[in-house]
Design a protein around this ligand. Structure first.
Ligand code: 5GP
Ligand code: MN
Length: 318
């Protein structure tokens, strides 16, 4: 248990005082993002609260097995009595839903990123938590909300993905205990593991192999580039590049991996992973954020070559 009694009490009061609640997370949702927002929304509905999920983008194929995706819709309300902002450290991370945050009567942030900068009525921010889903589990238990099978599956997925299958440094004793409780509550680990890690389309493997073959090694750093051209060539989604930066980080002698993803409209998303080196400061200095060993930021530029050149310099100077 890491959340203070005072914050649990404040959050309960905000929830109990709201008739309609919105739950939002960041754009380009990952497993912890969808797991925490869909899972908390489900628990809130089971607790008797009218709750909507404020979704933004297409969901990456590898996460399409999750329950409750039908609640992740784009036609959300302009405002809520309470908007819960999960797994996002800066307000621009929630994209177009920023106006909902402005219009909503109350807002609360529940997050585990370093250096959270969102102003709200209640900030529950614990960078020591390896996943927002771990915080949501604690909240559900301590407020006394129902934890059904689908909620358990959603939270388990977020914990597995954000801890790198219980491997990253911030995975703690409580993470394993909570995982056990989620199994008791009906999380189907076989289904989750096979959907996440044993279900890769061959075209995605070919795409990964191409990007890895073209990766540039610079001492203990490695740089890779995912262009829209390559995505189209292999008939995959940009989200399918998700694992490449992890695969490159895991190599012998590598301390930092970087992947630049071309998003179109001049935006290039930079994903970084590290072993033993804090890269979150570099991400923040470049307008992004994240965790000590997994961070990101965006570069806005006219061309892939120019964005890549800037990113290489940033990587070399960490
Ligand atoms: P990923 O590389 O998987 O996109 O992101 C790794 C981590 O860095 C995640 O925790 C993610 O939320 C964070 N992150 C990635 N891009 C950005 C960004 O542009 N701004 C902020 N604040 N965080 C980011
Ligand atoms: Mn997270």
């Amino acid at each position: 248990m890491i959340i203070s009694n005072e914050n649990i009490e404040k959050l309960k009061n905000l929830i109990d005082g709201a008739n309609i609640i919105g739950v939002v997370s960041h754009v380009n949702p990952d497993g912890d993002n969808l797991g925490s927002s869909l899972g908390f929304a489900r628990a809130l509905r089971n607790y008797g609260k009218d709750t909507e999920v404020v979704g933004h983008d297409a969901i990456d194929n590898y996460l399409k097995f999750l329950p409750d995706l039908e609640f992740y819709e784009n036609n959300y309300k302009d405002s809520y009595d309470l908007l819960l902002i999960l797994d996002a450290s800066e307000i621009d991370r929630i994209g177009d839903a920023q106006s909902v945050a402005v219009n909503s009567k109350k807002t609360a942030v529940i997050d585990h990123h370093l250096g959270g900068k969102i102003t709200s009525d209640l900030n529950i921010i614990h960078p020591e938590a390896p996943a927002t889903c771990q915080l949501i589990y604690e909240i559900i238990q301590r407020i006394g909300m129902p934890l059904d099978e689908k909620t358990a599956n959603l939270l388990f997925t977020g914990i597995v993905t954000d801890t790198g299958r219980f491997m990253y440094y911030d995975t703690n004793r409580e993470t394993f205990e909570i995982a056990g409780k989620l199994l008791d509550a009906g999380a189907d680990k076989e289904n989750i593991y096979s959907a996440l890690y044993q279900n890769k389309p061959i075209d995605v493997l070919k795409f990964e192999t191409d990007l890895i073959a073209n990766a540039e090694f610079m001492g203990d750093r490695v740089f890779a580039l995912a262009s829209i051209e390559k995505v189209d060539q292999y008939g995959v989604q940009m989200g399918d590049s998700e694992h490449i930066v992890n695969i490159l980080r895991d190599l012998e002698g590598i301390s930092i991996s970087m992947l630049v993803k071309e998003y179109g409209n001049g935006e290039y998303k930079v994903s970084m992973r590290s072993k033993g080196i804090d890269i979150s400061k570099t991400a923040r200095e470049n307008g992004g954020g994240g965790h000590a060993n997994a961070s990101g930021f965006s570069i806005f530029d006219d061309s892939l070559e120019s964005a890549a050149a800037k990113a290489r310099v940033i990587l070399q100077n960490i």
